[in-house]
Write a protein that binds this ligand. Structure first.
Ligand SMILES: [Zn+2]
Length: 188
């Protein structure tokens, strides 16, 4: 079920709608550096590991300060893009989870073939979730809100599993997880 989700345009439509709201919230909040009004200066980005997105969906919302003396760029939180990584956040989450959950069925060699991602990249993602993510403020904030069955050493698989058990579909589980990873707000 999880691998098929990465080919589902519906998932990316939903994520895009969340990103519109996240960008809108940031725009209303104003420039984080000087408080001035922010203007949109979006650009196109086509992440890897999912379906090719239509132009109106492959938008990285971006905001630029209107104050001449500041002019700094602010990137709103996003559920489609995970930082500066070239793969979809959903792809990173699902590929690492498949490998952790079913290492025989979804060996790294198979994942390399299925998702056109190289081994080193998968290892980097796994290392991120093992070593860096557990120490992030986002994880520390939501850790207490989620049951203790979510073990730090099996992230992100333990988190995805938790959401799958508490969501009505794998799709809403992935939406909740990506919402959590981008905003630090736990939906369950
Ligand atoms: Zn500013």
């Amino acid at each position: 079920m999880l691998p098929e989700l990465l080919q589902s345009p519906d998932l990316f439509h939903l994520l895009h709608r969340i990103d519109i709201d996240l960008a809108d919230q940031q725009q209303k909040a104003g420039c984080p550096f000087c408080g001035s009004t922010l203007h949109y200066s979006n650009y196109q980005r086509q992440p890897r590991g999912g379906p090719p997105l239509a132009d109106e969906l492959s938008i990285r919302f971006s905001l630029c300060c209107s104050n001449e003396k500041c002019r700094r760029r602010t990137l709103p939180k996003s559920t489609i893009f995970m930082g500066r990584r070239v793969y979809f956040g959903a792809a990173i989450l699902i590929i690492t989870t498949l490998n952790q959950n079913m290492p025989q069925e979804y060996s790294k060699n198979l994942l390399v073939q299925l998702f056109e991602v190289n081994r080193k990249t998968i290892n980097n993602w796994l290392a991120y979730f093992r070593e860096i993510f557990p120490k992030t403020e986002i994880w520390k904030t939501v850790r207490g809100l989620i049951g203790c069955e979510v073990e730090n050493q099996n992230l992100p698989e333990s988190l995805v599993k938790h959401y799958c058990e508490h969501s009505r579909s794998p799709e809403s589980a992935i939406l909740n997880c990506l919402g959590l990873l981008s905003t630090g707000l736990a939906a369950v």
